[in-house]
Design a protein around this ligand. Structure first.
Ligand code: NAP
Length: 460
């Protein structure tokens, strides 16, 4: 982008002016939504050369229309805890863009959820879904409900109340939610049951991430983590490298992290650290994944419990210092803005080769800039973690056909989709004179398909 300033091209100047105007409007119209501003800025900075080459996108007001969600639904979620006390949480669903298909995107249950978080996630989802090559639009939702420390019955009552309102706004050809932080197979199961009861229909395609016995897809649970590693594998291959014998640090110990650790280990890497919101474990011999899986997927315990079973390992309180562990490959798979400029510089001084964003927006804009300036292989979230929604779309396809594919069929399809996303992003980066810059490439490749569909469908 720095070279742009040097080029006195009136089309580039016009495109830059347009981007600046729309971004200012986003900030004015959405005050106090810093995460949403950050996500928009990351995309907009990449699009200037595309807008200069195709001024019709400016004439059709594409950016103004893309940053304004088609529909925002806010609702109250009242529920009763095990002691009979009444609580009220906030529910959100942002139906961002349906140019290329029904809205599709996960639901996040976490106390930090607010309009800004849901909008940043929904905006990212538009481009991610487009990159998968599948016919899915962008949406996202969630609640500030905290599932931690709640009983199974409390989670069930909350999710039923949440779905009692959400069911009015979703459907297999309208909007298809899935999981995200705090929403896994259990929550999806309760929501599916409630949707079915209220609507009186067994519409399998209304939610993805379902259990296999009632319409889920084999391979969905693994998809985001495996897809993350498949994508990073492609980045490494282009430099003649692989996961074999590399040291890897993965943040988080949830759905994405666990299956990223599993696939990286299968490819010959040693994963030495992972975390939860309380701190991280550091195991120089390589993490024992079956212990992590049992603690997190079965027993619902804190990651600190790991050291009781593996006494030679360390538990360190707090999350940010995980990036001071020397590693070849860093996979942030927990949450937004976990790698800032300081963490980025520390990773580089410790010799990191590649960074792949398994989580959504885990690196700040400053951190991304530092990785790119230092020629670190950097895979942006909307490309790297697109495997989850890609397999969700495969789940929708199986539901429509009333078929179930084998794990290997789904995994092979996922692998190919991740290779295609990588290649399409690299090609777009080449076409717009930023070779190797996957941030620019993924944004452009995702954007053009949606923008062209919006133009074809008129101003609606
Ligand atoms: P998850 O199963 O709920 O796991 C989240 C993990 O991140 C947990 O270990 C959690 O620790 C940790 N975490 C959450 N908030 C944190 C915070 N503020 N600080 C430090 N650690 C935190 O969620 P997930 O599905 O793996 O999602 C992880 C990331 O991947 C999110 O950014 C999500 O949007 C993205 N993503 C997920 C999918 C998918 O298919 N699941 C697809 C695409 C992208 P605690 O348990 O202590 O909270």
């Amino acid at each position: 982008m720095a070279t742009l300033e040097k080029i006195l091209d009136p089309k580039l100047e016009a495109a830059k002016g347009y981007v600046d105007d729309v971004f200012n409007m986003v900030q004015l119209r959405n005050p106090n939504e810093s995460e949403f501003h950050q996500a928009v800025k990351e995309v907009f900075d990449s699009l200037i050369p595309v807008l200069a080459k195709h001024p019709s996108y400016i004439e059709h007001g594409i950016l103004e229309r893309m940053v304004e969600p088609e529909r925002v639904i806010n609702f109250q979620v009242p529920w009763v805890d095990d002691q009979g006390k009444v609580h009220v949480n906030r529910g959100f669903r942002v139906q961002f863009n349906s140019a290329i298909g029904p809205y599709k995107g996960g639901l996040r249950f976490h106390p930090s959820v607010n309009a800004s978080i849901v909008k940043f996630l929904g905006f990212e989802q538009i481009f991610k879904n487009s990159l998968t090559g599948q016919p899915i639009g962008g949406g996202k939702g969630g609640s500030d409900f905290d599932p931690k420390g709640k009983s199974d019955r409390e989670v069930m009552r909350f999710t039923q109340s949440f779905m009692s309102e959400l069911c009015k706004h979703i459907g297999p050809d309208i909007d298809v939610p899935a999981g995200d932080i705090g929403v896994g197979a259990r929550e999806i199961g309760y929501m599916f049951g409630q949707y079915k009861k209220i609507r009186g229909h067994f519409e399998a395609g209304v939610l993805t991430g379902k259990g296999f016995s009632y319409g889920g897809s084999l391979g969905r649970k693994e998809a985001t983590g495996y897809g993350t590693v498949y994508f990073v594998e492609e980045m490494l291959k282009d430099r003649g490298l692989s996961f074999k014998d590399k040291t890897v640090v993965v943040s988080g110990s949830g759905n994405v992290s666990i299956y990223a650790i599993e696939k990286a280990t299968k490819l010959g890497a040693k994963v030495v650290a992972c975390s939860d919101s309380s701190g991280y474990i550091y195991d120089t011999d390589g993490i024992n994944l079956s212990t992590v899986k049992r603690l997190k997927e079965v027993e619902n315990k804190r990651i600190s419990e790991y050291v009781k079973e593996h006494p030679k390992t360390q538990f360190i309180e707090g999350c940010s210092a995980i990036w001071s562990i020397p590693c070849d490959i860093a996979l942030p798979c927990a949450t937004q803005n976990e790698i800032d400029d300081i963490a980025a510089r520390t990773l580089i001084s410790n010799g990191v080769i590649a960074v792949g964003e398994g989580a959504n927006m885990p690196c700040t804009l400053e951190a991304i800039e530092i990785f790119l300036e230092n020629d670190i292989l950097f895979g942006p979230a909307k490309a790297v973690n697109a495997g989850g929604v890609a397999v969700s779309a495969l789940e929708m396809a199986q539901n429509s056909m009333r078929l179930s594919w084998t794990f290997d069929e789904v995994d092979q399809e996922l692998h190919q989709i991740m290779k295609d996303i990588y290649r399409n992003s690299m090609n777009a980066a080449d076409e717009y004179d930023t070779p190797g810059n996957l941030v620019v490439g993924a944004n452009i490749a995702g954007f053009k398909k949606v923008a062209d569909a919006m133009i074809s469908q008129g101003v609606i």
